[in-house]
Write a protein that binds this ligand. Structure first.
Ligand code: NDP
Ligand code: GDR
Length: 325
């Protein structure tokens, strides 16, 4: 029998990669999207799968719509990737962030419990939940110390996922994923902001790049590798939580150095620091210990830091040259 998966957030970076991965595994893929005045399926088009997924309308703010989408699709697996996912915006829209990213996950869990508690449920948790944790590298037992409305909302959703497993015996898992990027990463995130600027500068269409905290350190991997781990978590006999990370951490400055260096430029000639781009509170260093995922799931990343930067710069150069972005 063909397995069915429902993805919330299918128009986002991970939603598109996960949909492609599941289609490759023979799944029937449903994607929930919120109503907007313009359709936003550019990432599905980029990965060549727009016509291979079935779209349904629903919103994380609206429990009745979630319940209807779950009833109408009768999925075996649900991947809850929908969120207000940009940390910086979460200070400007803290309540919306809590409602979509935090309460939205609880609403979806409730919809699953009411419609069919046997559906397997994946929650997109985040390394941001560790925030200012004194533990480094961070694994599943590390202490949480969220540092933004986004991170606090994700922590609520994480604990609700754990609680639905413990209270109702549901197959709910929380994947604590460290930063993962790709050529279809949103332009506001620092990696894509840099690789896009590198391409624009190289092609003579931009002359500088403004950044905030360049000392921040992140454990960056490739989104295509990380969506595999999501699926693997739902194929286990028992539901559990897993950290997914490369185990390497690099500064924003290093990312710049390599991305500009790849096209023969010196980042110091183009990058300026703008105090306006600093956050009210930042997470200074994240580095994940994914031993559990590697041992129990057999997961490992295929793309390394340099490979990721090359992939992103190449894709942005191509788009800038074609005038497609
Ligand atoms: P994106 O920001 O690219 O995608 C977010 C998705 O959520 C979009 O499809 C967006 O739809 C959808 N969405 C937002 N608000 C609503 C709403 N009210 N109702 C329905 N859908 C909504 O995120 P990523 O793909 O990068 O991340 C996927 C998930 O994983 C997110 O939950 C994120 O917080 C989490 N995460 C991401 C990490 C990363 O490094 N990428 C690391 C750890 C966790 P629309 O297109 O209409 O805006
Ligand atoms: P993050 O990603 O907050 O880790 O959240 P982001 O790329 O936005 O920031 C990473 C670090 O870079 C610093 N920085 C800048 N960031 C942005 N966006 N723009 C800048 O100009 C800039 N200059 C410096 C930031 O201060 C920060 O320290 C991402 C999201 O995908 C979340 O949804 C996810 O949960 C986490 O990764 C894991």
């Amino acid at each position: 029998m063909v397995k069915k998966a429902l993805i919330t957030g299918i128009t986002g970076q991970d939603g598109a990669y996960l949909a492609r991965f599941l289609i490759g595994k023979g799944y029937k893929v449903y994607g929930m999207v919120r109503r907007t005045s313009m359709v936003n399926t550019s990432r599905l088009e980029y990965l060549g799968i727009k016509d291979k997924v079935e779209i349904l309308y629903g919103d994380m703010l609206d429990l009745s719509s979630l319940q209807r989408v779950v009833e109408n699709t009768e999925p075996d697996e649900i991947y809850n990737l929908a969120a207000q996912s940009f940390v910086a915006t979460s200070w400007e829209q803290p309540i919306l962030t809590a409602e979509v990213t935090g309460l939205g996950a609880l609403k979806l869990l409730e919809a699953v419990r009411l419609v069919n508690p046997k559906i397997k449920f994946y929650q997109a948790s985040s390394s941001e939940m560790f925030g200012a944790s004194p533990d480094l590298p961070q694994n599943e037992s590390s202490r949480f110390h969220p540092r933004s409305p986004y991170a606090a909302s994700k922590l609520f959703a994480h604990w609700m996922t754990v609680n639905y497993r413990e209270s109702y015996g549901m197959f709910t898992v929380s994947g604590i994923l460290f930063n993962h990027e790709s050529p279809i990463r949103g332009l506001e995130f620092v990696t894509r902001k840099i690789t896009h600027a590198v391409a624009m500068i190289k092609e003579g269409k931009q002359d500088k790049l403004l950044l905030g905290n360049m000392a921040a350190k992140r454990d960056w991997g490739f989104a295509g590798d990380y969506v595999k781990a999501m699926w693997m978590m739902l194929q286990q006999d028992e539901p559990d939580d897993y950290v997914v990370a490369t185990g390497e951490t690099h500064t924003v400055r290093e990312f710049c150095e390599k991305a500009f260096g790849y096209v023969g430029l010196d980042y110091q000639d183009y990058v300026e620091v703008s105090p306006e781009l600093f956050r009210p509170a930042d997470v200074e260093v994240l580095c994940g210990d994914s031993s559990k995922a590697r041992m129990k799931l057999g997961w490992k990343p295929d793309v390394d830091f340099d490979g990721l930067i090359r992939m992103m710069v190449d894709a942005d150069l191509k788009r800038v040259r074609e005038g497609s972005y």
